[in-house]
Design a protein around this ligand. Structure first.
Ligand SMILES: [Zn+2]
Length: 98
């Protein structure tokens, strides 16, 4: 396991919150809508390069699937069809949260 990898990841789907426990003990709670707004798929990155910024954080969007990407991070898939964003551990950590 990569040394930066979380100790635990719990998806509170009904409440729309992803909870990540890091090796240093920090517990980070991230709203699904925030994660979607920070999506790093090609379409979202193109939008940022065009100066349009992040997609709005939509409170109704839900994380539908999460999958490990090697030891580096997660692929997060959302109810609005964005399913290619890769979220490295360091990126997730700096997203803040609740
Ligand atoms: Zn996207």
């Amino acid at each position: 396991m990569h040394h930066d990898a979380p100790q635990a990841i719990v998806d509170h789907r009904r409440g729309g919150v992803l909870e990540i426990t890091w090796p240093d003990g920090r517990v980070q709670r991230l709203r699904h809508g925030l994660l979607r707004a920070r999506c790093r798929c090609a379409a979202c990155e193109r939008q940022r390069r065009q100066g349009l910024g992040d997609a709005p954080a939509d409170a109704s969007v839900r994380l539908t699937h999460l999958a490990p990407v090697g030891a580096q991070g997660l692929n997060l898939q959302f109810s609005d069809g964005h399913d290619r964003g890769i979220y490295p551990w360091a990126y997730l950590r700096q997203l803040g949260g609740l």
